[in-house]
Write a protein that binds this ligand. Structure first.
Ligand SMILES: [Mg+2]
Length: 268
C-alpha cells in the first residue's frame, strides 16, 4: 500500500472518533501497549507522554478505560489516572473512576472465602520454602521462579490439589501458578460490560497479546449485533507480538511510540 493511501485509510478510521468523542469509547490493554514490557512487572511504567495524552482523551471521550490482567488497583497505579475505569484480573474486577474499592463480577463473589482459604494455606505451606504468594484480590498467584526446581514442583502440586478440592481453576505460567474462580470472564466480557453500561456508538481497543483477541472479538460481535456502529481494533506491533494480533486488527501501530501517536491523533 502506498503511504498516502495508508494515511487516508487511517484518517477515515479515526475521524468519527475525533469528531464525535462524546459518543465514543477508547479501551486499552496496559502492559505492552501503554507501558513497556520489563523483566519484572513491578518495573513497568507508563511514559509521561502517553499518560498526558490519555488524560486529555479522558476529558473528551464518553468512555476511556484500561483492561488488564493485573489487579485493577495496580493497573490504576501504573497508568496514574484516577478518572478512568480499570477492568482488571482478566475481567474479574472493575475499579470505577474515583472509587477506592474494586467490584468483583457477581458470578465470582461466592468464591471469595475459598480463594482466601487457598491463599492462607499457600502462605503457611509454600511461603516458608521461598515461594511468593501474591494476593490478587479475587485471584491469587504463587510465584516460584526464584526457588529450587523441586520446590516449584511442590508449589504446583499443592496449588492444583487444593484448587481442585475448592472448585477453583488454575493456570500455569513460567515460574508462576495462578488461581481464580471458575467464572467465564476475559477481556472480551470486560469490554462488553463497559460498553453496555456507557452506551457509546463506536469503540476502539488497543492490544498486543493473545488475551486481547477476546476484546477484539467482543467488539466485532457488538458491531454485528448492532450495539456498536463502528469498531477499530488496534494491534500494537513489535518483537514477539503474536501473528493473530496483527491479522485480526483494523490498524497496526509500531510499539509504544505508535500508540502515543495514535492517541494524540484522537484528541479532538
Ligand atoms: Mg499487553
Amino acid at each position: 500500500m502506498n503511504p498516502s493511501k495508508h494515511q487516508q485509510e487511517r484518517r477515515a478510521l479515526l475521524d468519527a472518533f475525533r469528531t464525535s468523542s462524546g459518543t465514543s469509547a477508547i479501551l486499552t490493554d496496559i502492559d505492552g501497549t501503554l507501558a513497556p514490557i520489563t523483566s519484572t512487572p513491578a518495573e513497568a511504567e507508563v511514559p509521561e507522554g502517553i499518560r498526558e495524552t490519555l488524560a486529555k482523551l479522558s476529558e473528551a471521550y464518553l468512555l476511556v478505560a484500561g483492561v488488564s490482567g493485573r489487579e485493577p488497583s495496580e493497573a490504576r497505579e501504573l497508568v496514574g489516572l484516577r478518572n478512568i475505569a480499570y477492568f482488571g484480573n482478566h475481567g474479574l474486577e472493575l475499579l470505577r473512576a474515583f472509587e477506592d474499592d474494586a467490584e468483583v463480577v457477581p458470578a465470582a463473589e461466592p468464591y471469595f472465602e475459598r480463594m482466601r482459604e487457598l491463599e492462607l494455606l499457600a502462605r503457611e505451606e509454600l511461603a516458608p520454602l521461598g515461594a511468593f504468594v501474591q494476593d490478587k484480590g479475587i485471584a491469587a498467584a504463587v510465584h516460584f521462579r526464584n526457588v529450587p526446581e523441586e520446590v516449584g514442583e511442590r508449589c504446583v502440586k499443592f496449588v492444583k490439589e487444593h484448587a481442585e478440592r475448592l472448585d477453583l481453576v488454575t493456570g500455569k505460567g513460567r515460574g508462576v501458578i495462578e488461581v481464580k474462580p471458575p467464572v467465564e470472564v476475559d477481556k472480551g466480557t470486560a469490554c462488553r460490560r463497559l460498553i453496555e453500561e456507557a452506551g457509546p456508538k463506536r469503540a476502539m481497543f488497543l492490544g498486543d497479546d493473545v488475551s486481547d483477541l477476546d476484546a477484539f472479538r467482543a467488539l466485532a460481535a457488538m458491531l454485528d449485533e448492532g450495539t456498536l456502529e463502528q469498531v477499530v481494533r488496534v494491534g500494537v506491533g513489535g518483537p514477539g507480538v503474536p501473528e493473530e494480533v496483527v491479522s485480526e486488527s483494523d490498524l497496526v501501530v509500531e510499539g509504544l511510540e505508535g500508540v502515543k501517536k495514535l492517541l494524540q491523533d484522537l484528541i479532538p
